[in-house]
Design a binder for this molecule. Sequence first.
Ligand SMILES: [Zn+2]
Length: 378
Amino acid sequence: MPAFSIPNMQYKIFVVIAFSFATLHITAQKRSENIVVVTLDGMRWQDVFTGADSLLTYDTMATYSEKYVQENFWAASGAERRKKLMPFIWSEISAKGIILGNRAYGNYINTANPHWFSYPGYNEIITGFPDTTVNSNDKNLNKNENVFELMNRLPAFKGKTAVFGSWDLFSYMFNEKRSGVYVNDGFKKVEGKLSKRQSMLNELQSEMPDLFHGAERLDVATFYLGLDYMKLNKPRLMYFGLGDTDEFAHAGDYDSYLDAARKADKWISQLWQYIQSEPFYANKTTLLITTDHGRGQASGANWRHHGKGTPGSGEIWFAAIGPSVPASGEVKTKAQNFQGQIAATIAAMLGQSFNPTHKPMAPLSFRPGAASGEIPNR
Ligand SMILES: [Zn+2]
């Protein structure tokens, strides 16, 4: 049982209070001028909501250092552990933003696609279309139009969309050539106007240990190359695709996976600090954070894996902060939302319509008790 579960009566009272607050917030919901998306590949909702998993922290058969996990990430309650793992999410975002997907409260968010791995997940996030035919991680150019691409067609966003990804598939998933969205992925160097740090990282990114065998650089390079790109070019739609969490999980390195998640949280905190300190972005930018897929349960070695053969790996989470989301914190009401609602949410936050050639899923509603998302016919 999770340490922060609450008795039924209190729960009911909470729902009533939460609902009244949320109703107040709807009128306050504002349009954003800019959107920043951060994804942590294959980050489990279990760890986001309860921190280091006891079954993995005290696993004597583990290949990773349990001692390191215990010393750095363990605490008696899930509420303390999650704060150790992702302090920014569980302070700033839980106070001023919204966090969806704590299944302990029946608040569900899932992939609508049935594949539960990366390309289908990213396709669903950016196109709003859980296309069942997107079913491999091969370097196929995405035939579906994405929300960055459609915004990039509008004069206000033209040349103001950018993607920085660790994995070298992002340029295919966003179909860089067709979409006109600028994509820096894999070990690509940033060109043009550069910061000192970018010049350094352009060289260092391929000198760092090549842990993921050529397809993926370390997130530290992706993040700072992207952050400095934001500072120099002021994109209005920005995407950071981080990948370390998934790679370390596949390797069975729970210690490094947790480290990667904590670093990502720190970078998100830096990113938010920058956004709120820069007049171009401050108070008019909404930051969305999510994942492409979940992973299996802690028991056995299932947490390492995901995909059709791993039950539960279509279960995800979502967090956001900024003018377009209510300060609901961790949502504790029953709901079923889907990853495919994020694309239309981005357009709606910008006050734009989203009409790709396919039928995208409806935007997320941040109002408790709102109709849950429905998977369209496909
Ligand atoms: Zn994976």
